[in-house]
Design a protein around this ligand. Structure first.
Ligand SMILES: Cc1cc2nc3c(=O)[nH]c(=O)nc-3n(C[C@H](O)[C@H](O)[C@H](O)COP(=O)(O)OP(=O)(O)OC[C@H]3O[C@@H](n4cnc5c(N)ncnc54)[C@H](O)[C@@H]3O)c2cc1C
Length: 252
């Protein structure tokens, strides 16, 4: 899919956890955006010097009509970085403001010929956005293949930071071979959550009995989590091709 240049207009913004804000844009030209769930957009952040470019995964859940992944609203979930150029710009953005964008881009997507017994989708924080966008595809894959299981693991510090958690919990209640795991590194919930685990997301991996024969693993978010998880997976026999990675490093 060719990269498109476009201007986006901020339709609304809302805090979705105490630290993460969701920004919802529309294209200024009124067109839809066709994307493959899992992809991101590049946004151009004006600065006093050279504009900075930053990437953000598309969190919008497209319609269940999979022949049509054209979306009218482009949602991104932004986690603030202290002193960050984009962070400062987003904070100041108001509804109706414009921003230059390019996309969609990225290869953290499902491929037609992938037929693992299990998809293991692992994220920290806003790294869960691509998996949220994949939910309709996951529903279709589960319906088409009755031996397929899908596990989504989201690592955050505490329950209040479980962004989009409700979407995954609801999806799990509707799709019996979909399993959601919330991994809390600092604070466990006060009330019982059957899907809660204590510890960083990479600490939860051994509980899944992963094998390179059965599983295809996706990793998205914090670079340290990705490096540690990847090292573990290689140690137990996974090849780089069996692990799809997207690190949320910061552009310059
Ligand atoms: C493919 C891709 C997809 C991404 N998707 C998302 C997304 O959906 N949501 C999202 O919030 N971010 C995402 N990111 C990260 C995002 O692009 C920016 O890097 C991030 O928002 C910080 O930008 P900034 O301009 O505010 O900070 P910068 O001005 O780039 O950084 C300020 C300072 O903080 C340091 N820093 C930057 N990031 C971090 C960090 N995470 N932890 C600690 N220190 C840091 C920098 O080294 C620098 O010293 C993605 C990155 C990539 C490559």
């Amino acid at each position: 899919m060719a990269l498109q240049k476009m201007q986006l207009i901020l339709a609304r913004k809302q805090a979705i956890t105490p630290s993460v804000t969701e920004y919802v844009f529309r294209r200024d030209d009124g067109q839809t955006l066709t994307f493959t769930p899992g992809q991101f957009v590049n946004l151009t952040i004006p600065t006093d010097n050279k504009p900075a470019r930053r990437s953000y995964s598309i969190a919008t859940v497209p319609s269940d009509d999979l022949d049509n992944t054209a979306i009218t609203e482009i949602a991104i979930a932004v986690s603030p970085v202290e002193g960050g150029i984009a962070t400062r710009h987003f904070d100041a953005m108001q509804e109706g403001d414009l921003i230059d964008a390019m996309g969609p881009a990225g290869r953290l997507v499902f491929r037609e010929d992938d037929k693992p017994k299990r998809f293991i989708l692992i994220a920290t924080g806003t790294g869960v956005s691509p998996y949220r966008a994949m939910l309709p595809q996951i529903r279709k894959r589960l319906a088409e293949d009755d031996r397929l299981e899908v596990h989504a693991l989201l690592g955050v510090q505490r329950p209040s930071e479980l962004l989009y958690g409700d979407d995954f919990v609801k999806f799990m209640s509707e799709n019996e071979r979909f399993h959601f795991h919330a991994c809390y590194s600092r604070e466990m919930p006060n009330t019982l959550q059957a899907y809660a685990h204590s510890g960083r997301v990479q600490v939860c991996l051994p509980e899944l009995d992963l094998t390179s024969d059965n599983d295809l693993v996706y990793l998205c978010g914090n670079p340290q989590m990705i490096d540690e998880s990847f090292a573990y997976l290689q140690k137990i026999g996974f090849t780089p091709q069996q692990v799809r990675r997207e690190k949320y490093f910061s552009g310059k």
